[in-house]
Structures are given as C-alpha cells and as structure tokens.
Design a protein around this ligand. Structure first.
Ligand code: NAD
Length: 429
C-alpha cells in the first residue's frame, strides 16, 4: 500500500520514506504544528547547535596512512550536556548523524533526563579493520573532538559497531589529555572502569516495562500475551530473556537468516545457548524454523522490532497482525507507515519512549561516575522502572489531552519540554 503523505517540503516519494532526516522532520513538523510553536522556536529546535567534521589520519597495520572522516553533531544542549552514541560504518553521513542527534534530544526529553542530544560517527568499515587500527581511529577521533566533549559538555556512548572497548579507549584518551581520570566523559563503559550495573539489560528491560504498562492500559495479562521479536541482539535478546522470565509467551524470534517459532512459547535461555553453539537460531529443537518475512506478520499480541530501522513501511504496515507495537529499534517504522498503524488501531509504543531505557541507565552511569559511588543492580533496575513508568504515563496523558496518537504525543511532550527550557533560559546575546 502506498499512501499519500507529506514531508516538510510538501511532497514525498518512496525514496524519501527511508531517509531518517525526513522521517524525523516529518514527525517534528506534526508535533510543532500541534503545539503551535512559533516560527522562531521551531527554527531553534530544528537546527543543530553545533556540527563538527574531522579528518583523521591513521597509520594502518601495513604502514600505509589512511584519512578517515568523522562527525559529531550536538543537536541541543538546552536541557543539559549533549548525549548520544558514536557509530562506525561505511555509510555514515552528516545528514544521518544530524537526524540521530535530534532523535536523542527528543528521547532524553521524553524520559526527562537532564541531557540534550548528540550523535557521532566515523566513515569506516570495521570488519575490514584490525582491533589495533580501530583503536588508533578511536583515539585520534577522540583527540580531534577533545575540546567539544566532556562530562559537562557532550557525553558519547556506543552505537552501531562500537562497544564498551571503544568507550574504554575514548575514556582513556580523553583522560590522558585532561591529565586526570574522567570516567563520566562516556557511558557504556566496562564496569571495572566506571560502567553501570544493569546497562547491558537496560534497553530490553525498558521495552518490557513499557509493554507491561500497555498491557495494564489495554486490560491484558502477561501469561496470555504472545510476543514476536525481530532481532536477537542486545535489545531483542535481553527483552526476550527478561520477558520470558516474567511470564510472557515469546512465540517467535526473527533473525537476519530466518525465524524460529513455537506457539507454546520458546525457551529463551536454551535458544541463546543454541545460538552460541551453532552461530544461528535456526535448527533449534525447541521450535520450528520459519521464513523470516512471514514471521514478521504472525498473529501476535506484541511485536518488538529490535533489529534495524525502516522495517515497517507504507508497503507492509497493513499486513501486521499485532495489537501492540513496541519499537525497540530506532526508527523501525517510517513516517508513511504511521497512518496505516493508526488506521489498524495498533497501540504503538514509539521508539523515543520504548527504547529509552538504554539512555536512562547511561544517565545513571554518568551520575554514578560523577559521584564516585556505585549503585547495586537492584537500585539501577528500580530507578529505571520509575523513570519508564512515569514517562509512559506522561506520554499517555499527552495523547489523551490532545487526542493524538502515541508517537505524536511523545514528540509533543519532548518538544514542549525542550522549548520550555529554551524559553526559561532565554536567547543569549
Ligand atoms: N543497544 C542499546 O542500548 C540500544 C538503545 C536504543 C536503541 N537501540 C537500537 O536497537 C536496535 C538494535 O540494537 P542492538 O544494540 O540490539 O544491536 P545488536 O547488533 O546487538 O542486535 C541486532 C540484531 O538484529 C539482527 N538483525 C540484523 N538485521 C536483521 C534483519 N533484517 N532481520 C532480523 N534480524 C536482524 C542482528 O543479527 C543482531 O542479532 C538498533 O536500531 C539500535 O539503534 C539500541
């Protein structure tokens, strides 16, 4: 199904549908219009506050010198330091980093943590690089952006193809330049050097908490709730593990090479063990293999896309057979899919709320690092639950008050919070 829908420029095409910047802008425009934000405020909120481009010379293992391009975009610092991941990929572009930085601003505002939004990236192909080359890229990139990041300025985190080791290198490089250990400059670090307990599970746990809230609102209970999850990595794997432990029936897991299905509910720890041993979820004795495209449209109560962006589009949204859509991934639904989801009455928990558990525990990590006092895992989990439940309720209150869908409500809530901060602070100069 192809729907007529408009982008900021007033027209759209199938190509535009997959552009993250246009997708973010389309949602921004709807929320800003509904909030009746004046033109000046819209200009401020729409424009990144700072964009940094660095060209990084790096010695490769064979002695050749290569120059890599890196970006760091700070979209907003109105509510606190910029916050957002750094990704390494061949197709990183300034436009993509800009869109992702804006998303971080809205996400941090939805969960009401005192951060703005930022994002970074380096154009490189990690599978083609050795660990030593990745370390040199990371250290030089950090040195180049040293003046623009810091615990009170901009706090990076892992994203696509970066991990806790990358964060450890950034923390070390930054600390060497600062002449003192500065754990709070990045989050997502190993626990031994200032990482937080509970961070690895945080995004999946957050998905479960908001799904619990949706069940309460819709009058369902966990034991009779079927769940299909796309992506068995950090977000999807942790959501599957925690939700099955809590009593949900995980009937299908979808990976890039196929899906595994059991209508009675999969044994998730056993499936994890099977994947660790064989390298795939396929061939699992506790379920049957299934075509991954069919699996996405199984009849279920909850669908959690937790793999990648643009998987629910104007072309396929009408085939979904779920009651609740909990967006674990960033940007899994395109803006042209939104009206179809609304028409079908699917209860959407939008990405900027559903997967915000990760950045929330990153915030906890930053707080613990600055205090030099580390919390138990139970404390982290309890505080995460409080933030996610409050945020879910705040989004629902906006949806009810303004009679808008959940995604628009989440955007309106976050734009409103950022706009309020800017109004209170005033425009300097
Ligand atoms: N990790 C976090 O804390 C976090 C926080 C917020 C948002 N996210 C978002 O969640 C998504 C997943 O992130 P992650 O950290 O779990 O990544 P990950 O790499 O750990 O896991 C992704 C999984 O999806 C699978 N996959 C890839 N393409 C697929 C496809 N076409 N069909 C089915 N499975 C596919 C991969 O094989 C992998 O197992 C991304 O959109 C990411 O931006 C992650």
């Amino acid at each position: 199904m192809i729907l007529e829908a408009t982008t900021p420029s007033g027209h759209t095409s199938e190509l535009d549908e997959f552009n993250p910047r246009l997708s973010a802008e389309a949602r921004f425009d709807s929320a800003a219009t509904k909030l009746r934000l004046d033109d000046g405020m819209q200009k401020v909120l729409r424009t990144p506050s700072r964009e940094i481009i660095v060209h990084i010379p790096v010695m490769l293992d064979d002695g050749r010198i290569e120059v890599f391009t890196g970006y760091r975009v700070q979209h907003s610092i109105a509510r606190g330091p910029a916050k957002g991941g750094i990704r390494y990929a061949p197709d990183v572009s300034l436009d993509e980093v800009r869109a992702l930085a804006a998303w971080m601003t809205w996400k941090c505002a939805v969960v009401n943590i005192p951060f703005g939004g930022g994002k970074g990236g380096v154009i490189c192909d990690p599978p083609l690089l050795s660990d030593a080359e990745l370390e040199r890229i990371t250290r030089r990139y950090t040195a180049e952006i040293f003046d623009f990041i810091g615990p009170e300025v901009d706090v990076p985190a892992p994203d696509m193809n970066t991990n806790e080791q990358t964060m450890a290198w950034i923390m070390d490089t930054y600390s060497m330049h600062a002449r003192q250990a500065q754990a709070a400059v990045v989050t997502g670090k190993p626990i031994t050097i200032g990482g937080s307990r509970g961070r690895t599970e945080a995004t999946g746990r957050g998905c479960m908490i908001v799904t619990d809230q949706a069940l309460r609102r819709l009058g369902f209970d966990r034991a009779s709730t079927r769940v299909v999850i796309q992506g068995f990595g950090n977000v999807g794997g942790m959501a599957a593990k925690l939700m099955s432990r809590a009593g949900y029936k995980i009937i299908c897991i979808i990976e890039y090479d196929g899906a595994v299905y059991n209508p009675k509910g999969l044994d998730i720890p056993a499936l994890m063990k099977h994947r660790a041993e064989t390298g795939s979820i396929l061939g699992f004795a506790g379920g049957e293999d299934m075509d991954k495209n069919e699996a996405f449209f199984l009849e279920t109560d909850v669908l959690i896309p937790a793999a990648k962006e643009n998987v629910i589009t104007s072309q396929n949204a009408d085939r979904l057979r779920t009651k609740i859509l909990c967006e674990g991934a960033n940007g899994p639904s395109t803006q042209l899919a939104d009206p179809v989801l609304a028409y079908k009455g699917i209860f959407v928990i939008p990405d900027i709320l559903a997967n915000a558990g990760g950045v929330t525990v990153s915030y906890f990590e930053w707080v613990q690092d600055r205090q030099g006092y580390f919390w138990s895992e139970q404390t982290v989990n309890d505080r995460l639950e409080e933030v996610m439940v409050d945020s879910f309720q705040a989004v629902m209150a906006y949806a009810d008050k303004h009679m808008v869908n959940n995604r628009l409500a989440a955007y309106m809530l976050s734009l409103d919070r950022v706009a309020q901060a800017i109004r209170l602070r005033g425009i300097y100069a």
